[in-house]
Design a protein around this ligand. Structure first.
Ligand code: TRP
Length: 359
């Protein structure tokens, strides 16, 4: 991380602490936007990394919008014919963990034309050099199996800016890898306002809310990820969970300790058990003692399965009611379209693209 990124990280961290105080006092002042690409089922990394935080913000009284970023899947793959089912399963994941459609808005990119139209003027506000510099885009391209970068991959941070700005969100829960995108969204808002609405800024500046959620690794010690088959899906069965954890990479030391730097894979299992059981890592390692990784793994399996049991049972009944899930998505899409149409109307007015065609 270079010095500028370091500075922006520490500034965001400081500001996040202040925002938490404002949130507690006046939650209704916040519109939160976050989302996921529908590339597969959500897993425990998502749960502890972002989903529980979304539920917390919703329950605190903030207005939470969740985008299912289906267009963004086209950055590194072709749209599969399973997409409609994948999207409904994502809705089921959200509801199962506690997002409540009467208090939040769940919608899909492709169903909100006005949001997507903002992409056009926004593209004119950024330079190709700026996009080429974005470290997260580079990393995602390297992690993909594509040989060349398509233009959507290069420009998706601009599309993501449309997500944040179309609904005037002022708060974006982020991990550090998303900070470059947030910076770009803020630049687009600032440039649009300077150019088209200098006296009365039109777009709201979104701010990042850095989470202190610990980063969970997958069972192979790499980043937990849907595509690496190293992730425990929220919807996995108890047996699948046990099989994955039993196959997790560890080491041969009998004495279990919590040393994230020296023993990352073992520490990751301890952390999982800790998050699911509510016990501190020190307590977990004390309980396992010299029981070795087999004992630790059994403890992790029990902790995860117990923690996820009510979530899985809710998820299963939801998946059995696809019409209900479709209705929730349709309602969210309708709300997002109402917001998007209003914003696009203002943007057209400000960019002088309102014409009267009356005969
Ligand atoms: N890019 C995010 C991801 O890959 C998904 C996403 C799309 C998103 N739009 C967003 C996240 C807006 C936060 C805010 O997971």
């Amino acid at each position: 991380m270079n010095r500028t990124d370091q500075l922006s990280l520490s500034a965001t961290r400081r500001r996040s602490d202040e925002i938490e105080v404002e949130l507690a006092a006046k939650p209704e002042q916040f519109r939160v936007l976050t989302g996921d690409r529908p590339t597969g089922p959500l897993h425990v990394g998502h749960l502890f990394g972002t989903l529980l935080n979304r539920v917390r913000l919703q329950d605190a009284g903030a207005d939470v919008m969740v985008v299912i970023a289906d267009y963004q899947t086209l950055t590194d793959r072709d749209a599969p014919d399973s997409l409609p089912v994948d999207v409904l399963n994502l809705v089921a994941d959200y509801l199962a963990v506690g997002l409540d459609p009467s208090r939040c808005t769940i919608f899909a990119h492709s169903q909100v034309p006005a949001l997507n139209q903002l992409f056009v003027p926004f593209l004119s506000l950024v330079t190709v050099a700026e996009l080429r510099r974005n470290p997260t885009v580079k990393a995602e391209f390297d992690a993909s199996d594509r040989a060349t970068m398509n233009a959507l991959m290069l420009t998706y941070p601009v599309h993501q800016a449309a997500d944040l700005l179309f609904c005037h969100s002022n708060l974006v829960p982020v991990g550090k890898d998303q900070l470059p995108h947030l910076e770009l969204s803020r630049a687009i808002a600032r440039r649009f306002n300077d150019r088209y609405s200098p006296h009365q800024p039109y777009f709201t500046m979104p701010e990042g809310l850095l989470s202190d959620a610990p980063l969970l690794l997958g069972t192979d010690g790499q980043k937990m990820s849907k595509s690496r088959k190293n992730a425990i899906a929220l919807g996995a069965t108890e047996d699948e969970t046990a099989r994955l954890i039993r196959g997790a990479k560890t080491d041969s030391e009998r004495m279990i300790t919590y040393e994230p730097d020296r023993r990352p894979e073992v520490a990751n299992l301890v952390l999982l058990a800790s998050l699911c059981s509510g016990l501190r890592p020190e307590q977990i390692v004390h309980d396992v003692g010299t029981g070795g990784s087999a004992h630790l793994k059994q403890m992790v399996v029990d902790a995860i399965n117990e923690y996820l049991r009510p979530i899985r049972s809710r998820r299963q009944s939801l998946v059995g009611e696809p019409d209900h899930l479709r209705k929730i998505l349709a309602d969210g899409v309708e709300q997002a379209n109402a917001i998007g149409d209003r914003t696009l109307g203002e943007v057209r007015r400000l960019t002088h693209t309102v014409y009267s065609f009356a005969a």
